[in-house]
Design a protein around this ligand. Sequence first.
Ligand code: KIV
Ligand code: ZN
Length: 528
Amino acid sequence: MIPDSKSRRGVQAAQGADRVLIFDTTLRDGEQSPGASMNLGEKIQVAETLEAMGVDIIEAGFPIASNGDFEAVSEIASRIKDSVICGLSRAGAKDIERAGEALRKAERGRIHTFISTSPVHMKHKLQMEPEQVLDAVVASVSLARNLVDNVEWSAEDATRTERDFLCRCVEAAIQAGATTINIPDTVGYTVPTEYADIFTMLRERVPNSDKAVFSTHCHNDLGLAVANSLAGVGAGARQIECTINGLGERAGNAALEEVVMALRTRADVMPYDTGIKSEMIARASKVVSSVTSFPVQYNKAIVGQNAFAHESGIHQDGMLKNTETYEIMTPESVGISKSSLVLGKLSGRHAFKDKLQTLGYELGDNQLQDAFKRFKDLADKKKHVFDEDIVALVDDEVAAGNENIKVISLSVVAGTEGPQEAALTLEVDGETHTTKANGDGPVDAIFNAIKALVPYQAHLQLYQVHAVTGGTDAQAEVSVRLEEDGKSVTGRGADTDTLVASARAYVSALNRLQTKRLKTAPEAMVAP
Ligand code: KIV
Ligand code: ZN
């Protein structure tokens, strides 16, 4: 039995009138995003960031889905002490036992078990009668409660579930020992008034509803995930399930940074507290974007590059007179500091290390050494080195440090007189390999050279370049998305040379594909 009695964050905290628990599922629902994947080291880095920012519950993975997921949940459970660590499972005994095993080392572990309750899911996906589903609810929650004393039950596709049946399932789950009841809007279909009604109805009609914390879990298919989550809280939910940068299946989940800042900024109309240290939001966003290689859209609320930029003359004039004219929260409150000119080529290791600390990085000695060398090379090539340059460089270095395939050297013949040719040396599992290849343009030549050294079947789905800062000497940040057998991954690379950044991004995507191949098929997500 995994104890929950020493709860620093958890169910007890939610019982205060205005405390809303933040349940982060970046490592589970977020990782289900097409193109997003993380290796063990990256998952640990995300979990540590979430713990430091005050997340109450971290859903660390779906242990039955793969050995990698199991290992990630188990490792995170053994390291993280301040947040509750949660493992997802379907309703079957094997799933639940595997989740319990992964949580064995957790100081405070939670099993999150779910089954579909909507007519369309029960008939077509589960091929079960409602009474069979109800029996499965009782059996699954009871089994989970034998393994841990903190159990969450979810009614998958709850917002398209017949209400009488939803009430019966929720009552049965609480009766069997569930301490959190999650009402997912699995397909992003509901609207705020309807979602609020469901919570009000459940709290009024289910006799034992006061024995559990109700939770929101909203997908963003209609762009309503955050609005729906807040409406749920207004109607009595005291846990919000969300992800950093709104990562998640299809259009994603409710974004943690948005729900937290909405509650904080509009406390006058939504008097609820979260335990999140909002100054860590920008850092968490960068960590997740970097480890998943998922860029954050420029105009993304709270964490997008333009979220605090004022372009029009009228706005700039207003801001100079009083920042409250156009700013409803300060950039500092979410950890964004003004972009500043940083170090020059004469700056020493100590100043570089200090800068990294200000930007939120703690590197080990070897990584620091390599990052410092790359910084020196960059400062030789580039007149002004900005914070954004340092972040791109270090993210690239940290990601490459975990990879089996590495770019060692590249030279390219390009220009109007073809054929374009790439000469490339890669390190693959510790051995160096060199080749030359032609292509229809320099990027094609590079990708052909990579393919010659590391044969694979994946298709290129996306190739995208953006400049990290202004100026023709800016670093290029390249994103590459590859797809193989319905699974896609994204890799990212940065360099002042766009072609080197392209090679790094492609190689990074290939490394991620290797990790993704170890995952079981998506069917693992659907059957009980
Ligand atoms: O969206 C959903 O229904 C889920 C459940 C597994 C909670 O992610
Ligand atoms: Zn979900």
